[in-house]
Write a protein that binds this ligand. Structure first.
Ligand code: CA
Length: 229
């Protein structure tokens, strides 16, 4: 069954869309806020996303850009203003389709089906293998952004995943905290190197058997961290 995520803050619209899609046999989740929508889109495994443009916290432009950097799946953008649709096209964000509100739910269902069929055809042709990292009991699927610790799937936030993957891809090298902060959060981010410490702690709680004797991420006192293989 195909899974669809609706990121939409107008509850009545989201529920109407959900009802119609479920009647057509889809499994549907709703996120009413931008941040929640982005987290779900990245962390969970959806087949298609219906994305409203004007949302609380993070707008649809930004969400579309973020999803595109990490995932390959159809995105249908929705807006109340025709002008916005032109803007979305102009920005080249990589949305697969655009719809102006109000639209009929059956029109939406038809487009969803068409995009899923097209996408499945394309990916079926070059059925790509997922990009995996495996180190002892730790397995990271970079394509699906999933992590298993000793065979058990463990949820990671976006930044925890990025930090863990970066370290695991650059093993046996010592990184200073500020280097890691720049690498994962970027120069213009709000925050400081304490953010790195907090994230390392959370990652260790998830992957280490004994966090005071870490077998993966070592602390190099006064310098930073090193991923050991
Ligand atoms: Ca809205």
């Amino acid at each position: 069954m195909s899974r669809i995520l609706i990121i939409e803050d107008e509850e009545a619209i989201a529920i109407l869309e959900k009802d119609y899609l479920e009647l057509s046999g889809f499994e549907v989740d709703i996120a009413g806020r931008g941040g929640e929508g982005l987290d779900k889109a990245i962390q969970e495994d959806y087949d298609l996303i219906i994305l409203d443009l004007m949302l609380p916290e993070i707008n649809g432009f930004e969400i579309c850009r973020e999803i595109r950097q990490r995932k390959d799946l159809p995105i249908i953008m929705v807006s109340a203003k025709k002008d916005d649709i032109d803007k979305i096209r102009g920005l080249g964000l990589g949305a697969d389709d655009y719809m102006t509100k109000p639209f009929s739910p059956s029109e939406l269902v038809a487009r969803v089906k068409a995009h899923l069929e097209r996408f499945n055809r394309l990916t079926g042709l070059n059925s790509r293998k997922n990009d995996m990292i495996e180190i002892r009991g730790l397995k990271i699927d970079k394509t699906a952004r999933r992590v298993w610790v000793n065979g058990e799937e463990t949820p990671f936030t976006t930044k925890e995943f990025d930090l863990l993957t970066f370290l695991a891809e650059n093993p046996n090298r010592v990184f200073k905290k500020d280097e890691l902060f720049r690498e994962i959060w970027g120069m213009d981010s709000v925050g400081d190197i304490a953010t790195v410490t907090v994230h390392i702690k959370k990652i260790r709680e998830k992957i280490e058997f004994n966090t005071s004797k870490p077998q993966y991420i070592e602390t190099i006192w006064g310098v930073g961290y090193r991923f050991r293989i």
